[in-house]
Design a protein around this ligand. Structure first.
Ligand SMILES: [Zn+2]
Length: 324
């Protein structure tokens, strides 16, 4: 009997499920990637998780009995202490799901739940570009904005576990409606969805732009990627919209800097790959708006772990929880 410790990590997203066998050092020993049948509801999604876990184990040539525990990262507000996922904008119909109980029943192993972006924050802190920072903020900018807060080397989850949702800070109290029910949240102004929405609005208003061409001439297909590609070809509207997105990104960063005085801010997610065109106005805005001393103390770094950050973080969270 080997004494090597391993955990089954699961990253449950609205579009994909990643399952991985992870060892105590954070090494990924096997990984399965599959599509989330989100629209088919909770029962079918749970079956898909079971299938994905089975395939990851097969790849690793291991049995679930060889896992120390199961750690799952899930989108939406959840309570890691009770294992309840309250709701999830990405998983229609899920309400107060006691996900750790369900996983314990299915796998016969102790299970732990953590918010997906919090999991990614933990992984970047332990294994990625956050290594060595005592206090850090992680943000991921994609269709929305997720995040996580590490204070004094520990993931901060708050009173009932819902802390670390920077995407839902109010930036404009009269801004666009948000999935969370509020309006003008950071992610309604500084995410990929916001970029695509603003592009569509200007094109509909008659602005000439390469963006439409980059979306195969279909207004419905206008995406953040289409705007990025048009900007790379010198399109004026695309460049303006990205600079505006950067401005709003910077407004939110200033709030985070003033609230937490982090040593490092790790930035990940597909939209952040736009690079300097987005980040320069973001940092410039943050510099103007945050306390100068706090801004000067923070280092901005790109996330390192890419798509594996959630599944690695879910596993690390379970390892930590087992240690107590
Ligand atoms: Zn919101």
């Amino acid at each position: 009997m080997e004494d090597k410790k391993r955990v089954m990590g699961i990253d449950l997203g609205g579009t994909k499920i990643l399952s991985a066998v992870v060892d105590e050092t954070g090494k990924l020993l096997a990984r399965d990637h599959s599509v989330t049948p989100a629209e088919k509801g909770e029962k079918v999604v749970l079956e898909a998780i079971e299938g994905s876990v089975g395939r990851a184990l097969e790849q690793a040539e291991m049995d679930i009995s060889e896992m120390l525990a199961v750690g799952i990262g899930a989108p939406g507000p959840s309570n890691p202490d009770t294992g309840i996922l309250f709701t999830s904008p990405n998983l229609p119909g899920w309400k107060d799901v006691h996900i750790t109980d369900i996983l314990e029943d299915r796998f016969g192993k102790q299970a732990f739940l953590v918010n997906d972006a919090n999991a990614a924050a933990l992984a970047e802190h332990r294994l990625g570009s956050g290594r060595g920072a005592r206090d850090l903020i992680y943000i991921t900018v994609s269709t929305g904005i997720g995040g996580g807060v590490i204070i004094d080397n520990r993931l901060y989850t708050g009173a009932i576990g819902t802390a670390g949702e920077p995407g839902h800070m109010t930036i404009n109290d009269k801004g666009p409606p948000c999935n969370c029910g509020n309006q003008g949240c950071w992610e309604t102004l500084a995410s990929g969805t916001a970029l695509a929405r603003e592009a569509r609005k200007h094109i509909e208003g008659g602005r000439k732009s390469l963006i439409l061409e980059k979306a195969s001439g279909d207004l419905e297909k206008v995406s953040a990627e289409a705007v990025q590609k048009a900007a790379e070809d010198g399109d004026e509207l695309a460049k303006e919209l990205i600079a505006e997105l950067g401005y709003y990104l910077g407004v939110g960063l200033a709030n985070l800097i003033n609230l937490f005085n982090p040593e490092r801010i790790v930035i990940g997610g597909g939209v952040s790959n736009i690079g300097d065109r987005l980040l320069e106005p973001a940092f410039e805005t943050a510099r103007k708006r945050a306390y100068t001393v706090a801004f000067d103390a923070v280092r901005f770094v790109a996330a390192e772990l890419g798509r594996n950050s959630g599944v690695l973080g879910a596993a690390l969270y379970a390892f930590d929880a087992m240690k107590g």
